[in-house]
Design a protein around this ligand. Sequence first.
Ligand SMILES: [Zn+2]
Length: 271
Amino acid sequence: MKILIAADMEGVTGVVHWDQVSSRHSEYERFRRLMTQDVNAAIRGAYAGGASELLVTDGHGAGRNILIEELDERARLNSGTPAPYSMVQGIDSGVNAVMFIGYHARVGTPHAILEHTWSETSVANLFLQGEPCGEIGLNAALCDFFNVPVILISGDQAACSEAAELIPGIETAVVKRASGRMAAELLTPALAHEKIAEKAAAAVRKLTSGAAPQPHRLAPPIHMEIEFVHSEMADRAALLPGATRSGRRIAYTANDMAAVYSAFRAAVNLA
Ligand SMILES: [Zn+2]
């Protein structure tokens, strides 16, 4: 049983501020270690639950946050960017399930640590099939496209509720309770890691017994709209072949979620 751990940083144990997840700030070194420890807790739990192979993808920023020298040696690490499937690189390598570790809520969610969708400076909103969508929804839709279920999320209470609404039956490990965008009541690392490991083991056991969430492929055509923060961002993103423009939004439609995922990344990079 091969599990992919897709790791982000804003939902990691202890994180409440951008300085803690930005490599240019002195606090970052502490929090990349905590990110590595959150991932190690999930690896430990996944093996305890019956997993036999673990792949980890570092999905925050440039994908160079997890400390390879401190990562559980039973796992392999996808590091660096850009990779074909970005935050869920490895999704096409025959994995049986995915775990989202250190994830955060979509842009606009109240009481959610560092909520945003992909780029806090350029993306004002994202819609998939007309519904508001964040990184949880976007990455899960790509996992669904490969017929792989997402079985666990860790992060704050808002990220966990967003995932539970989207993916009924997903296991959730709440490591902090946000009272604002940059304020939360935190679990200490020891307790948070115990919780992540416990939920990861439960998620793999549910998968083995057939009780885990099933992947739900979006029915084509898949329609995406991205609203940008400034008009000139939409000017640039509208250069994407096949995109149509309206106000600060661009729209894009394809039959295949992998194409929509690539188009989203291309548009945000152009913007
Ligand atoms: Zn991130």
